[in-house]
Design a protein around this ligand. Structure first.
Ligand code: NAP
Length: 329
């Protein structure tokens, strides 16, 4: 496969290159792409140097697959140009996720919806992916009615500039701000931009994307998204009300049996998921599984995953792997 990585110099792009190498994705030609600022720079893949090219050049090289993580505007403008050239685009931005003509895919849940005709495929929001990974097996068994999720999101979710802001604050250096306030020793109830309904765009992604991925509009999701000064991954406190009652031991078994999920829930040994340990792992970690004692048929749990891995790069590459394995590209 001739593979373009659009946004190769960014936070997600770098992890994308790492994951492609780790999983030995069948690459015959790698095309790293970034903004005009980075054209001519060198990136390393599997010990070899590659020169970063611009979008125009990349389209003309007609890659088989383009993995996009260069922001929504770049995707809106350029994904159709790649698609027209015959390239299959897997896009990490929010540009195409809710477009009814585009598939929104978490391979463990709905890779089967993909066809050869899908030329632009959307990768869900990072917080959504780890949420639906844990919700899907439970919904199938107990039928969800309502989910209330509060997130504790890593600065790496905002990109290079935000990680630098936190590092500068820790080092006592004044620098460029990615957020309107300091993030060190702080918690910002503000991920992405505010919308007219008083929610942020990130919160509405969490509220809308799960139904599309799980192809089921019978449940609703309410979200509060908070940025905290961690770097290893996103955490989520999740409250789920089901139609049917459940057994806690069975919930743990269902989650443990789900590929891509690791249950860490041994309170006697202080075992629960934490971003510092989820960092650089592909799994979604679930713990603090307990009954909500204030309401019938309701479960509380804590979900953690590396937002740059399963929340972005790994999920994108799993989609690409599925396309290759099933001759869809
Ligand atoms: N971080 C996450 O956890 C996460 C998770 C899921 C999805 N995403 C999405 O992935 C995308 C990238 O996020 P990130 O965190 O990696 O951001 P980032 O660290 O700021 O990197 C952005 C990348 O996009 C490139 N880029 C920016 N403007 C461009 C343009 N006009 N033309 C071509 N390339 C351009 C940058 O190239 P230069 O280096 O040349 O500027 C860089 O490679 C965003 O859409 C984000 O929403 C991020």
């Amino acid at each position: 496969m001739k593979v373009a990585v659009v946004g190769a110099t960014g936070m997600v792009g770098e992890v994308m290159l790492k994951v492609l190498a780790e999983r030995n994705f069948p690459i015959t030609e790698l095309i790293p792409v970034a903004s005009e600022r980075s054209v001519g720079k060198t990136i390393t893949y599997k010990g070899n140097d590659y020169t970063v090219v611009g979008l125009e050049t990349a389209v003309s090289m007609k890659p088989d697959i383009a993995l996009f993580s260069a922001g929504g505007d770049t995707s809106l403008e350029w994904a159709p140009k790649f698609a027209e050239a015959g390239t299959t685009v897997v896009d990490n931005s929010s540009a195409w996720r809710m477009d009814p003509s585009k598939k929104l895919v978490v391979p463990e849940i709905n890779a089967n919806v993909l066809t050869k005709e899908d030329k632009i495929i959307a990768n869900p929001n990072c917080s959504t992916i780890q949420l639906v990974m844990a919700l899907n097996p439970l919904h199938k068994k107990y039928n969800m009615k309502r989910v209330v999720v509060s997130t504790y999101q890593s600065v790496s979710g905002t990109g290079v500039k935000a990680v630098r802001q936190l590092e500068n604050e820790i080092a006592g250096i004044e620098g460029e701000m990615a957020y309107p306030y300091p993030i060190g020793r702080n918690a910002l109830p503000h991920c992405d931009v505010f919308l007219e309904n008083g929610y942020t765009k990130e919160e509405m992604k969490l509220a809308r994307e799960p139904q599309k991925i799980m192809d089921d509009r019978t449940f609703s999701v309410s979200a509060t998204a908070v940025r905290i000064p961690t770097a290893g991954g996103h955490s989520e406190s999740v409250n789920v009300e089901f139609e049917n009652d459940f057994d806690l031991a069975e919930v743990r078994e269902l989650l443990s049996a789900t590929p891509g999920i690791v249950v860490q829930d041994d309170l006697a040994n202080n075992s629960y998921p934490m971003p510092i340990y989820a960092h650089d792992k592909d799994d979604v970690f679930v713990g603090r599984i307990r009954r909500d004692e204030s309401q019938a048929n309701t479960l509380n749990m804590w979900i953690v995953a590396d937002n740059l891995r399963k929340g972005a790069a790994t999920n994108t590459i799993q989609i690409a792997e599925y396309l290759v394995e099933n001759n869809l590209v």
